[in-house]
Design a protein around this ligand. Sequence first.
Ligand SMILES: Nc1nc2c(ncn2[C@@H]2O[C@H](COP(=O)(O)OP(=O)(O)O)[C@@H](O)[C@H]2O)c(=O)[nH]1
Ligand SMILES: [Mg+2]
Length: 374
Amino acid sequence: MDSGLIYAGIAVLILIVAIVAVVAGVLLRRRGAPVIEQRPVAAPAAQVPAAQVPDAGLPGILEVEIPDPAAGRLHRLRSRLARSNNAIGKGLLALLSAGEPTDSTWDEVEETLLTADLGVGPTQELIARLRTRVKVEGGTTPEHIKKMLREELLNLVDPTMDRNIVMNADGRPAVILVVGVNGTGKTTTTGKLARLLIADGQTVVLGAADTFRAAAADQLQTWGDRVGAAVVRGLEGGDPAAVAFDAVRTGADSQADTVVIDTAGRLHTKTGLMDELGKVKRVVEKQSPVDEVLLVLDATTGQNGLAQARVFREVVAITGIALTKLDGTARGGIVVAVQRELGVPVKLVGLGEGPDDLALFDPLEFVEALVGDL
Ligand SMILES: Nc1nc2c(ncn2[C@@H]2O[C@H](COP(=O)(O)OP(=O)(O)O)[C@@H](O)[C@H]2O)c(=O)[nH]1
Ligand SMILES: [Mg+2]
């Protein structure tokens, strides 16, 4: 074959390849590589620096969650309660159903109750009452024992205590101060409480008065953002009393129903920090009464929790207990022990890490969970 023809052929081929490459390049560029769609960034929900009125109107930008209604929460979470309290109910029933109870049976009953953190006083009281009833009423059928336990436990938990949380006051926001030692679940409970209030139709302002760590305010901000509650925060290391004060003022200016103030965890043994807490309350009171002081107690800490409670009660008058982590313990008896110790009712119980795993405490439901499904 003519070598000229071969060269001409090769040249044409190269030309075609080049043209195809150029055209393909242009087309590809025009189509564009896959682009990550830029979405408008949602502004954080009504994040306000201290002393500024929250911008409540960001409709359409924020996706605000609708929390679970407050009613029926304890019932929904009852299985967690029952799981955590099986030690009491099941243990007692097994012991008392095993025939005529002897002294050693009662010793075991006592041990079961003490292990469940019921406390010495209530334990002895309960045993005395049960012993008398077994003697007088005779019957030891499981049904009868269940009935007795239900009645006597309910008596101990005390259904007559006023467990209402002050959610709104006349002509001003209700003010709730959340206190306790580190890690008990204060911030989580503050966030969950905001959801509970919002589910109840309230408008809520949160105060991030834990100024020790910026992360603490961020944590609260996240809770607020999710349900559209304004969060008033200060500078890291700033004065917590000032933040609390500003939160209450913001609540009043924006006509919120409730202001909930999260505070820094403090060891009850550190006098300086306890004094600071007293100051936070006093400073807020210059502007508004504090309607609730909720002490957050970790149910898994047992007797140590009671020691904390005593000190906190002296510094700030506690009006209610929020007992957290009841889902992770077989020591539900602490409900009774802490109420006895402080003379203050358990108002809220935390039963998990989910955002709506906080319930208003209800003695009947609680006792039912203890003995109901045995
Ligand atoms: N299982 C369980 N965990 C909880 C409960 N309440 C709080 N927690 C967890 O306890 C830890 C400490 O909570 P946090 O609110 O930061 O404690 P704070 O230091 O008192 O503010 C977090 O991991 C929470 O998720 C509860 O009721 N059940
Ligand atoms: Mg915290």
